[in-house]
Design a protein around this ligand. Sequence first.
Ligand code: ADP
Ligand code: MG
Length: 562
Amino acid sequence: MPAETFEFQVEARQLLQLMIHSIYSNKDVFLRELVSNASDALDKLRLEKLRDDALDADVSDLHIEIDIDKDARTLTVRDNGIGMSYDEVGQLIGTIANSGTAKFLQELREAKDEAGAEGLIGQFGVGFYSGFMVADEVTLVTRRAGEEQGTRWTSRGEGTYTLERTDDAPQGTAITLHLKPADPENQLHDYTSPWKIREIVKRYSDFITWPIRMVPETSGEDDGTPEPETLNSTKALWARPRDEVSDDEYHELYKHIGHDWREPLETIRLQAEGTFEYQALLFLPAHAPHDLFTRDFKRGVQLYVKRVFIMDDCEALLPPYLRFVKGVVDAADLSLNVSREILQQDRHIEMMRRRLTKKVLSTVKDMMAKDQERYGTFWREFGTVLKEGLVTDPENRDALLAVASFASTHHDTEPTTLKQYVERMKDGQEDIYYLTGESRQSIENSPHMEAFRERGIEVLLLTDAVDEVWADAVGEFDGKKLRSVAKGRIDLAAEGEEASGDEREQRTEEYAELLGWMKERLDEDIKEVRLSSRLTVSPACVVSDAQDLTPALENMYRAMGQ
Ligand code: ADP
Ligand code: MG
């Protein structure tokens, strides 16, 4: 069959343009991306063979190989892993399935500086395309394990690619980069130098558990094939003692599994011994991914069993409100055939989840105590997600409340913890007040705030949809009720000023006629009209019953179609 030419999908084309014009300043990372894909392909093959012994694939010497051809100026990264079928190549390489890509490209155009753009790129797994930073043509030859025919893909990255079937492709994938012309000014970027390749692999890919080999170039009339050299140490990072591993090494593992080009905020290590042994290496990212609140967000960490990769996105290992945590859990006593369904019911996994959850929360707490700025970043990025836990995970409610912080009338920009709020409470103030709304500004302009402002009573300003739900579910903190200033009867006179039920009764009598008239006129829309001490400037406001939904929550339910 002759080669067919296809067009890249629009988004893919735009990304390729970005790669070709190299908005990313550190080009060395293209190799990390290709090695990372090769490593994934080897993991997948080992697993598939494990599940299906009849699969016609050779798994005796799984490895990655890097070949340099100085004369042709090519660099080839080869693996004997799972490979791709003809259709898969078109789907995986020609298009960008990620729904957030359009949004990403938009943000990228708006990114003011290069660092911002670099950061954005990392979120979108443009891995394979990064080859076009250093090559003006890329060829990929692949054969899916178990299939007979292979596929050759070629592109110059300029809008089209060709696909062609081939009969002589070995199992796995080989990606050949036809490197851009050498820059005599800049020897540092000579990717035909074995020294350079060795350095990049050591720096970015040392933790890859598969051997990464480099075959030295043959010098013409030599004596036989030279011995390949293994460039990485192939040891699983999570199995090595903490003091033997540098932060940089941990960070590279994070980038590989988290598909992020940026450093993580925090690295968490946990070893459990005893009846159910496991090692965990978890990472808190520094930035929330764009699709964190979408239904198809892939949550969970990688599961290994005795160094063998079992699955990505293992959701049984952490609760949904920690879905942004990345990492690896390696359990010693699970079957290699374990399924997601079994994991959901396994008692040991349940215990592991509880322990990992507590460990993550205690790490956040430490962060809060030791490094306010880091904690601030964390909470800004992930606070909204963590608050879901206040509703769904009563067991860790206190731990979550201890690390939560909220905007408040106490300060324009600095958030407050509940503990700090309570410490500032006025004499006689019994409850913790909050108000929910769309934005800080709209809340501050609410007539409900008037009396509180007047009396100098602090109010938490909550702007996430989840806020109403958790505030209701949690109910109180440190023995103090959480109360919405928009709900029910609020007797501010009791808070500080002299309280007098008589006085109110007397006044209500005085205004009985007006109140009665208003009730009549508004009968269809309201339940009751009463005098209030909550207003100072506005003449009237609408209040819900304490047990009613607040307007924001009503809107939320309506938006969800309920
Ligand atoms: P990501 O790795 O984040 O999925 P990439 O652009 O790096 O994104 O790769 C896109 C997809 O192409 C991969 O998910 C994988 O399915 C496929 N792929 C890339 N390289 C290989 C390879 N060496 N072997 C098999 N599949 C590969
Ligand atoms: Mg990749």
